[in-house]
Write a protein that binds this ligand. Structure first.
Ligand SMILES: [Zn+2]
Length: 137
């Protein structure tokens, strides 16, 4: 028996068990499979949503997971770009000035080397590393 995720012409999603793919094809061709919501018999296999549950032993869709992660990182990037001043490689210097009240307090973003990040942390300057996807993605 195979479980297929199906959808009808009205975009209702439901599942159906079939002996095999041929049985599925035959039953659909004979209009023997109908949507439990609206009764439509124009059903087709739905695109399976990527499953990320390792416990069930389902295949992990890495490409889809990576795509979803890039999307989230892209949203973070957009939010930061909209609400913060870009200071580029002067990030460590600017963050320090703000921390010590030598310049106007504001949200900034930019690049810092691991070394600079460590120094800022030691000085108690508040900052958060952000994963930064390339814009073209
Ligand atoms: Zn339906």
């Amino acid at each position: 028996m195979i479980l297929f995720e199906l959808r009808c012409g009205n975009d209702h999603h439901f599942e159906g068990w079939f002996r095999d793919n041929a049985a599925y094809e035959a039953q659909v061709a004979a209009a023997a499979v109908s949507c439990p919501v609206c009764g439509a018999t124009d059903v087709a296999k739905a695109i399976m949503a990527p499953r990320l549950n390792r416990a069930t032993g389902e295949a992990l869709d890495l490409a889809a997971a990576a795509g979803a992660m890039r999307k989230v990182m892209g949203e973070i990037r957009k939010k930061v770009e909209e609400s913060c001043d870009y200071v580029g490689e002067n990030f460590a210097e600017e963050a320090r000035k703000i921390h010590y009240g030598e310049t106007e307090a504001r949200a900034i973003y930019g690049e810092a080397s691991p070394e600079q990040a460590r120094e800022l942390k030691e000085e108690g300057v508040e900052f958060h590393p952000v994963p930064w996807p390339a814009t073209e993605n």
